[in-house]
Ligand binder design. Structure first.
Ligand code: ADP
Length: 352
């Protein structure tokens, strides 16, 4: 069984080709094509970019596409047809930077006679109860609600944690931390997402590489009214000029740790602010979930930085978090693998 997993961005395509045989997945090929549409030396569009991949797409049994936003329509991976494409287009206004690019990848392969499946970053969080996804604003604005993102990763981490705990997924209570350049934390009760830190957009929640995370909505009004920033400028400030980068000049956690060890005060502050925000979510989610089995660290920072893991877990003994083997709440570091989750999910959907 040959499975091709595709992650189409606005100017890049990441791909991974899996062979599924004897119950095992093997990566045959993987790569990235960048600079799509950026001049005459580069592929003009996604269709041309895909032609650079030396594979016969007709030979795949399944093609899996990552789609950032499924709105309220999609609660699980879905076989792509014209109706599905229409719905993804319909919710594109919720993710204007991502969904159109994801659709480019889908459309570029639409002639291929292979089952194609869409995996949504929002789908895993569709189990959130209304008290988690509703904002406290009027019902006339009900499309402004929390959706959550990184769902493919949080789902993968949930499944892996259930194996480590030797407990069925529907009995697992977890806090999954996806800490990369983009970062989010999810409260998992009985295997399902009941709350997550990202919201209407991936801007809410944790402090990220260049995104501010939680901020008083009044500050946005101040930026617009008093500082005369346009919506486009505000979007840019909060998404690309904030977060760790704004506090200490870099969004690279390796550099931040190196600098703070050398006494750099701004790097110390960035590190402390980042870890404190994560801590606050852990405390809140323990309160929400009840008895938690495990906290999972993942993403480039979560997987690699012992300093961040130690700081986040420090002085949390009263909540059942200890750094030794007998910690009432287990602490796991798991390398996330969204492509593998999509490959596995494809087989589940097709009941293979
Ligand atoms: P993305 O969200 O772009 O996929 P990643 O999950 O790759 O991001 O995470 C990128 C982050 O991981 C960066 O801040 C990088 O500095 C951090 N990182 C990678 N390796 C290490 C390490 N050994 N120690 C600390 N941070 C690390």
């Amino acid at each position: 069984m040959k499975i091709f997993v595709l992650n189409s961005g606005s100017s890049s395509i990441k791909y991974k080709f899996f062979l599924y045989k004897d119950g095992k997945f093997k990566v045959i090929d993987s790569g990235v094509i960048e600079h799509i549409g950026e001049g005459k030396n580069y592929p003009k569009n996604h269709k041309e970019a895909l032609e650079l991949i030396d594979e016969d797409f007709n030979s795949f049994d399944i093609i899996a596409h990552r789609v950032v936003h499924g709105g309220s329509y999609f609660t699980e991976p879905t076989i792509i047809n014209q109706d599905v494409i229409k719905k993804i287009e319909e919710v594109s206004y919720l993710a204007p930077l991502h969904n159109p690019a994801n659709l480019e990848g889908i459309k570029a392969l639409s002639r291929i006679d292979t089952t194609q499946i869409a995996f949504f970053d929002t789908a895993f969080h569709q189990t959130m109860p209304i008290e988690s996804y509703r904002y406290a604003i009027g019902e006339e604005y009900s499309n402004i609600r929390r959706y959550g993102f990184h769902g493919i990763s949080h789902q993968y981490l949930t499944k892996e944690a259930s194996k480590l705990l030797n407990k069925s997924i529907d009995r697992c209570n977890l806090i999954t931390l996806h800490l990369g350049n983009g970062a989010s934390v999810t409260a998992i009760k009985n295997g399902k997402s009941i709350d997550t830190s990202m919201g209407f957009t991936p801007l809410e929640g944790l402090i990220m590489g260049s995104r501010c995370g939680n901020i008083d909505a009044g500050a946005i009004i101040y930026l617009a009214e008093q500082l005369k920033k346009s919506p486009k400028e505000i979007e840019h400030i909060l998404n690309y000029e904030s977060g760790l980068k704004a506090i200490c000049g870099t969004n690279d956690m390796r550099e931040i740790i190196k600098n703070y060890k050398n006494g750099d005060k701004k790097a110390q502050l960035a590190f402390k602010m980042f870890c404190n925000r994560v801590k606050k979510y852990i405390g809140a989610y323990i309160a929400l979930i009840g008895k938690v089995d495990a906290i999972i660290f993942s993403g480039g920072i979560g997987e690699n930085s012992k300093e961040v893991r130690d700081e986040v877990c420090s002085n949390m003994e009263h909540l059942g978090i200890r750094k030794d083997k007998n910690s009432p709440i287990s602490i796991f570091t798991i390398k996330t693998n969204e492509e593998l989750e999509m490959a596995k999910g494809s087989l589940e959907i097709l009941k293979i």
